[in-house]
Design a protein around this ligand. Structure first.
Ligand SMILES: NC(=O)c1ccc[n+]([C@@H]2O[C@H](COP(=O)([O-])OP(=O)(O)OC[C@H]3O[C@@H](n4cnc5c(N)ncnc54)[C@H](OP(=O)(O)O)[C@@H]3O)[C@@H](O)[C@H]2O)c1
Length: 293
């Protein structure tokens, strides 16, 4: 697949007037602007939010956590407008103005336009961008299908790298903002059972840390979030791991980090102490310990 040859998607889908991507054309259009002046308020609360992966359970939970705290405008960006619409409806019911806009992590050639369209949809500064997209994949199937494994790596790593670099330019221009990156405990140490996913998250996690360092002087923060097993669409049908948590708990931890200025978030918090120990186990020991993880 030549990722650069794919057409950029510029159409903005809004409310119930959702057009399918093919019919929506390439021009950005918006019937109503989101409320203007939605920048982080004097208390530091998020007032305008962009969620990349707008149908994600965790992304939705973060938006639903921030809206009652004063987040007035939300842009949901994703590849399936119909999957984002229920999230948009809940956020509107909670009092936010919501617009959905197309963004596909694997459409690298379209990222500049997709990010620009998200900013145009917001019609204001965006003071928090949550990268909530990702696919877990089925490890045995991925081992049998190297092209699918590579596509997962593009979805979880290369696509976010491209997108977040575009996002970073917009936030630098604003001179403020926070990027929240959904990494994973799987990024800490590769496991036999999901090393394609884990390695993509390890790349994303390292990228996010470096991006954070590169943006400090511009007044832009990057928060790296490392949840363990979260009960969501991604893990549906899988046996919960020990310390399994929920999208709402991840959202609460993210809100806490936004308020406190923390840059690394583990969910649940005890993983902060457990994972460094597991990370430094000798490899033969780790192989045995992680055999059933
Ligand atoms: N659930 C867990 O146990 C867990 C643990 C640690 C970290 N995380 C991370 O947390 C994030 C959110 O996960 P979740 O639990 O909320 O899972 P989820 O509900 O399955 O959400 C995944 C999201 O990724 C989107 N997506 C997939 N491929 C995409 C693409 N090519 N372009 C744009 N969007 C794409 C999906 O959109 P569609 O609607 O189009 O499919 C969906 O919105 C992910 O990065 C995940 O890796 C999850």
């Amino acid at each position: 697949m030549d990722l650069r040859l794919q057409a950029p998607q510029l159409a903005v889908y809004e409310g119930t007037k959702v057009a399918p991507p093919a019919a929506a054309g390439r021009q950005a259009r918006r019937t109503e602007p989101l409320p203007s002046g939605d920048v982080q308020n004097a208390l530091g609360a998020v007032q305008s939010l962009l969620v990349l992966g707008g149908s994600s359970d965790i992304g939705a939970a973060i938006a639903e956590r921030l809206v009652p705290d004063g987040c007035r405008s939300v842009v949901l960006a994703g590849r399936r407008p119909e999957a984002m619409e229920p999230v948009a409806a809940r956020l509107r019911a909670a009092g936010a103005a919501v617009i959905t806009t197309p963004w596909d992590a694997v459409d690298i050639g379209g990222h500049a336009d997709a990010v620009k369209a998200a900013w145009e949809a917001a019609a204001t500064d965006i003071d928090c961008v949550v990268l909530a997209s990702g696919v877990l994949g089925d490890q045995p199937q991925l081992e049998d299908d190297p092209a699918a494994a590579a596509e997962l790596a593009v979805t979880n790593y290369a696509g976010p790298v491209s997108t977040l670099l575009h996002v970073a330019r917009h936030l630098e221009e604003q001179g403020h903002g926070t990027i929240v990156v959904l990494s994973s405990v799987a990024a800490e140490r590769a496991r036999r059972s999901n090393f394609v996913y884990g390695s993509s998250k390890a790349g994303l996690d390292a990228f996010a840390q470096g991006l954070a360092d590169s943006l400090v002087a511009a007044g832009v923060r990057v928060v790296v979030v490392r949840p363990g097993f979260v009960r969501s669409s991604m893990t549906e049908g899988r046996d919960p791991a020990p310390m399994a948590t929920t999208p709402a708990a991840v959202a609460e931890a993210v809100a806490g980090a936004m308020a406190s200025g923390r840059e690394t978030v583990w969910v649940p918090g005890t993983l902060r102490y457990l994972m460094p120990v597991l990370r430094h186990l000798p490899r033969p020991v780790w192989r045995r310990v992680s055999a059933n993880m």
